[in-house]
Design a protein around this ligand. Structure first.
Ligand code: GLN
Length: 368
């Protein structure tokens, strides 16, 4: 095996998508939409190909950084464009941590956070979210406080949270900011689902601690184009140039024509109510799937955001569902850093056409 990749394995998302293909399953596993991206994005890409085909500056096309600055309410000069939010998180890990450092994150944990910290030589330390009987995930601030050591460098948050759908409240974020200030920790805020919520707009961590917060975002999630690999980091003032210098050694720059298309599309999405429409559509799909799963006797946790819900039913295993029921889901234990895994839960993606959700429910019903 490769010396530094020994512990690398196919991710659960790639594996479930592969198995879904192999068994002809409805893929409610990996979180990508089945709908096409909006026409205004596709048209902007067609206009950009053949025009903006060479490298962009490492920090990103100026037009995109400016569009992001206007959209996020920051200075475009503080934004670095990346090849997806995944690269943004990798760059931040490489830039901020090193051997001996500890990074706090919440569990269930999005799987890549762990190897990204380890690749930087750091130790990921998870603090559990606890699931109540009613299917709500609670954060015990005392547990976060107790996990801080002199080696802690950063707190990595994700809200809306994948896989639980939990949206952290302003009061919770304020308490975490106070802790970060007390111990001089960086805050990394993975907000790729910032426009996908079902109640109040999630508060953005950056507004509470602009001096230490790196906000990570994703055009793939916002504009339904996960394969485009356009993500970004909004940095604390003055740090973007340094992060852009580091990103020259990973992919140098994100795909230029797609950056140009996203730059054109962001203001259109905002102006035309695209995100409101997205939320309305996903709220309807969430209710379709949740009601259908409940009718099959499953226990369903309703998310405050993301396009995932968690559910469980005795007799289900991810392997049996994909192979015998023909429905791919993500097993909850894929998000566990320590054992035992959270209570037999499965993550269902509902960013799929209603007909696919109905087909999945029918298959689950036949499976019994
Ligand atoms: N964010 C996606 C999910 O949770 C997966 C991302 C990926 O596969 N890299 O399903």
């Amino acid at each position: 095996l490769l010396p530094r990749a020994r512990s690398s394995q196919e991710s659960v998302f790639a594996r479930m998508s592969r198995l879904a293909g192999q068994y002809g399953a409805v893929n409610l596993g990996q979180g990508f939409p089945s709908d096409a991206p909006p026409a205004f994005l596709l048209e902007a890409a067609r206009r950009a190909v053949g025009v903006a085909d060479q490298y962009s500056p490492p920090a990103g096309l100026l037009a995109l950084r400016d569009a992001l600055g206007a959209d996020l309410g920051v200075d475009g000069a503080d934004v670095v464009v990346t090849a997806g939010a995944t690269e943004a998180l990798h760059l931040l890990a490489q830039a901020l941590y090193g051997p001996g450092d500890e990074v706090l994150m919440l569990e269930p944990v999005f799987d890549i956070y762990l190897p990204q910290a380890r690749l930087a030589g750091a130790t990921p330390v998870t603090v559990p979210l606890r699931r109540t009987e009613a299917g709500r995930w609670t954060l015990d601030l005392g547990e976060v406080r107790a996990a801080v050591t002199p080696r802690t460098r950063a707190l990595l948050l994700n809200s809306p949270h994948n896989p639980t759908g939990r949206v952290f409240t302003r009061a919770e974020l304020e308490a975490l900011v106070a802790l970060a200030r007390q111990h001089d920790l960086w805050l990394i805020s993975d907000e790729v689902y910032d426009e996908l919520y079902f109640g109040e707009r999630p508060p953005s961590l950056r507004t509470l601690a602009p001096e230490r917060t790196f906000t990570v975002g994703s055009a793939g999630k916002r504009l339904e184009a996960t394969g485009w690999r356009i993500g970004w980091v909004a940095c604390p003032p003055g740090l973007a140039g340094n992060l852009a210098a580091l990103r020259q050694v990973t992919s140098f720059c994100a795909p230029t024509p797609l950056q140009a298309a996203v730059a054109a599309a962001l203001p259109v999405a905002r102006r035309t109510g695209f995100y409101e429409g997205l939320r309305e559509g996903y709220a309807a799909r969430l209710h379709l799937l949740a009601a259908g799963l409940r009718a099959l006797g499953a226990e369903v946790d309703l998310p405050g955001g993301t396009y995932f819900l968690m559910a469980r039913r005795p007799g289900w295993t991810a392997a049996a569902l994909v192979e015998h029921a023909g429905v791919a889901v993500i097993p909850g234990d894929a998000f566990a850093a320590r054992q035992p895994a959270p209570g037999g839960l499965f993550r269902f993606a509902f960013c799929k056409a209603p007909a696919q959700l109905e087909e999945a429910l029918e298959r689950l019903g036949r499976f019994g």
